[in-house]
Design a protein around this ligand. Structure first.
Ligand code: G4P
Length: 524
């Protein structure tokens, strides 16, 4: 290994945020192709014929054609080691996604040129903005007729409230798409010539040598727009990119592999390496020699052939060596990190060494919980807490076949530990109740219990509830009613499920001494 500093500074760890169908899978595949991580990226077309993008792991994803779980892909390019964390685009999976966004140093936002900013993009963007991480924008599908580029920039500023700096600018679009005018590299990249010819520009921003494209009114319009951007647009500022206030914008077509390499190279140049992270012991320097990291995701049976459970750890400082002893801060116990895996796209390979910025997978037999901090130094500490969301939809759940109870309990425990869904029990009768943020989570849960644990379940919808935790060791069970149902979470903390806002307020008025809270608001 090179020295720690060089290694850490070569890391670029990001998530792609987008609305479903904007082209995330397509772009990911193309990036992997450049990285040589896969020999032949299955085209997205193949989705329909039964072959899938490497990042889609689960059967259900294939059936639905959506990405349900977050996966991690890693590749090397031009001296950089790139870690891409896939975020599920579906809104029902917000919790998983939010946690994933805690593990990255920057984000790539893909926008469909015809659709502009869509709902899910906006949500994910807000989380990134909250963390102040740099956001790079790729405006996709320029080979189709879409919104005017100036209109798209205005949307970025108005809807997202972020300043933008176009690194390049499209020359026409749809049928007339001729290429991009690259302001940053001072060149024009041609779309229609098979090899994406690059024509250099002179100091005045004109083509150095004359070319037939100059006769086209579309190109002339681009030149006018570039002039406008130069005069009235935001200035380029590395500092503003770094603190997430200015998004570099790129245009292209992922499907046609156009503008992707230019994007990748500029991204690698300007995206930040791992930064210091907040913890109970202050900011942890990524270059510190002591290893530390946190678990942001746990997933069981990621590969049905392996039947294992993996905890995803983001390394925040120092370096990891296989077999190293570390302390699990939550319990103070020592664990040996001997079973680890990295995520090179094709296959899972055993990882022997990794540094701050990297994501490693640890085989887990129930040791870890989401949010756990692992440290190698003498003094333990904990990284900032990961967001937890309040479930809003509830289902009573039982195994269809009473003889399958054992499998049912096991599957239930494992899937709940992944954080995919929350588990409650009625305070008196120990009846299982599942809580989720969205309906799709239940469907995935049911599907996985069937496929991975061979258990059919019965689910009885309880509808929407307002969930409030009780800040007390004991609660009078008589307070439980149809409208304010008392349950326990999986840590045996008391929780009330209120029928509606009215029931909640009524309860509060009657019981002013009982302190209720939501995890996001946090009682600590
Ligand atoms: P997602 O992961 O963000 O959900 O999007 P994905 O990459 O699956 O892309 C969604 C659709 O958009 C795909 O079409 C894909 O081929 C298409 N697409 C991606 N990039 C481009 C692009 O640059 N130009 C054009 N024209 N299309 C692009 P699909 O699901 O196969 O449907 P269809 O287009 O074949 O009907």
């Amino acid at each position: 290994m090179k020295n720690l500093q060089d290694e850490v500074l070569s890391r670029r760890t990001f998530a792609i945020i987008s609305h479903p169908d904007a082209g995330k899978t397509t772009l990911t595949e193309k990036l992997l192709l450049f990285g040589g991580a896969i020999r032949e990226a299955g085209t997205v077309k193949a989705k329909k014929t039964g072959k899938y993008a490497t990042s889609d792991w689960m059967e259900i994803e294939k059936q639905r054609g959506i990405s349900v779980t977050s996966s991690v892909l890693q590749f090397d390019y031009d001296g950089f080691r790139v870690n891409i964390l896939d975020t599920p685009g579906h809104q029902d999976f917000s919790e998983d996604t939010y946690r994933t966004l805690m593990a990255v140093d920057s984000a790539v936002m893909i926008i469909d040129a015809a659709k502009g900013i869509e709902e899910q993009t906006l949500k994910l963007f807000k989380v990134c903005a909250m963390r102040g991480i740099p956001i790079f924008t790729f405006i996709n599908k320029m080979d189709r007729q879409g919104k005017q580029p100036l209109e798209l920039l205005a949307e970025l500023e108005e809807v997202l409230g972020i300043q933008s700096y176009p690194m390049n600018w499209p020359i026409g679009m749809g049928q007339d798409f001729m290429g991009i005018y690259d302001r940053f590299h001072n060149r024009v990249e041609l779309f229609k010539s098979g090899d994406h010819t690059k024509l250099p520009l002179n100091d005045e921003g004109q083509l150095e040598e004359s070319h037939e494209i100059e006769d086209s009114p579309v190109f002339q319009q681009t030149l006018e727009e570039i002039e406008l951007l130069n005069e009235a647009g935001n200035p380029f500022s590395r500092k503003d990119i770094d603190n997430g206030q200015l998004s570099p914008v790129f245009f292209g077509s992922a499907l046609n592999l156009f503008g992707v390499q230019t994007f990748l190279e500029s991204y690698l140049q300007f995206a930040p390496p791992p930064k210091g992270r907040n913890s109970s012991a202050g900011t942890i320097d990524p270059l510190s020699k002591d290893f530390s990291g946190f678990i942001f995701k746990i997933q069981a049976n990621m590969n049905p052939a392996h039947r294992d459970r993996i905890a995803f750890l983001r390394i925040c400082s120092g370096s990891f060596e296989r077999g190293m002893p570390v302390t699990l801060s939550r319990t103070g116990k020592q664990v040996k990190l001997s079973q680890s895996t990295s995520f090179l796209a094709d296959d899972r390979t055993t990882v022997n060494e990794a540094v701050a910025g990297d994501i490693i997978g640890l085989y887990d037999t129930g040791t870890y919980q989401i949010g756990d901090t692992l440290v190698s130094g003498k003094d333990t500490f904990e990284f900032e807490r990961l967001p937890q969301f309040t479930p809003e939809l509830f289902m009573k759940v039982t195994a269809k076949n009473a003889l399958k109870q054992k499998h049912f309990h096991k599957g239930m425990q494992q899937l709940v530990q992944e954080g995919a869904i929350q588990l409650f029990k009625t305070a008196q009768t120990d009846q299982y109740i599942l809580g989720a943020v969205g309906q799709l989570q239940f469907e995935v849960f049911e599907h996985r219990l069937k496929n991975e644990y061979n258990v059919d379940i019965l689910m009885e919808p309880m509808g929407q509830k307002m969930t409030r935790w009780v800040d007390a060791e004991k609660v009078d069970e008589k307070l439980s009613s149809q409208r304010s149902m008392l349950v326990k979470d999986r840590y045996d903390r008391f929780v009330f499920l209120f029928e509606n806002d009215f029931a909640l307020r009524w309860f509060q008025e009657k019981n002013p001494d009982i302190v209720l809270y939501q995890p996001m608001e946090d009682k600590n």
